[in-house]
Write a protein that binds this ligand. Structure first.
Ligand code: PNS
Length: 168
């Protein structure tokens, strides 16, 4: 049984993430979408771990071999614990590459049994990130093209705010 882990902050999950998860689900027997802690974002997440888990669960409900979990430890240890053989990540642009390359080398050192596999982001999602979604939603913009329909309202109601008048 080939198990892959798709780790991330998913704050919140976007259609770009979902595209990577769908593609991974075609290649592996089981895919675990793992809400993990990125120390650089630890104190700046807009949604709690439980909220992010619930939104991902709703999003992947129709994909038979995908399940959702969270971890507050090292990704390499999680893979070992679950007997997973691969970490799947999406690469959007060259700017993602240096950081992801560094992470993949560190993870390989920590767990030599696991491979990191990069999927090229679909052209229509190259620019998309959770931060972009949050910024658009916070200004009351339309995020329907960027997030799964089943969680759009939840994101909007959490993040939308009345724009403030510019200071004179
Ligand atoms: O969506 P993100 O924020 O780019 O995801 C990064 C994440 C959460 C996958 C990464 O920070 C991570 O793997 N965190 C778990 C702790 C860990 O194993 N760090 C890597 C050590 S080299």
């Amino acid at each position: 049984m080939r198990i892959a882990v798709c780790p991330g902050s998913f704050d919140p999950i976007t259609l770009g993430h979902l595209d990577i998860i769908n593609r991974a689900a075609k290649l592996f027997d089981e895919v675990i979408v793992l809400v993990s802690i990125n120390p650089a974002k630890r104190n700046s997440c807009s949604f709690t771990t439980e909220e992010r888990l619930r939104m991902i669960e709703k999003t992947v409900a129709g994909i038979e071999n995908v399940r959702v979990d969270s971890s507050d430890g090292l990704l390499a240890d999680y893979l070992r614990e679950k007997g997973a053989c691969a970490i799947v990540k999406g690469l959007r642009a060259v700017s993602d590459f240096e950081y992801e390359f560094q992470m993949s080398l560190a993870n390989k050192r920590l767990n030599p049994e696991a491979e990191t596999i990069f999927f090229t982001a679909a052209a229509e999602y190259m620019y998309l990130s959770s931060s972009i979604v949050k910024q658009i939603a916070s200004f009351g913009g339309d995020i329907s093209e960027f997030v799964p329909a089943c969680i759009r309202k939840e994101i909007e109601s959490r993040l939308s705010r009345t724009p403030q008048a510019p200071r004179k």
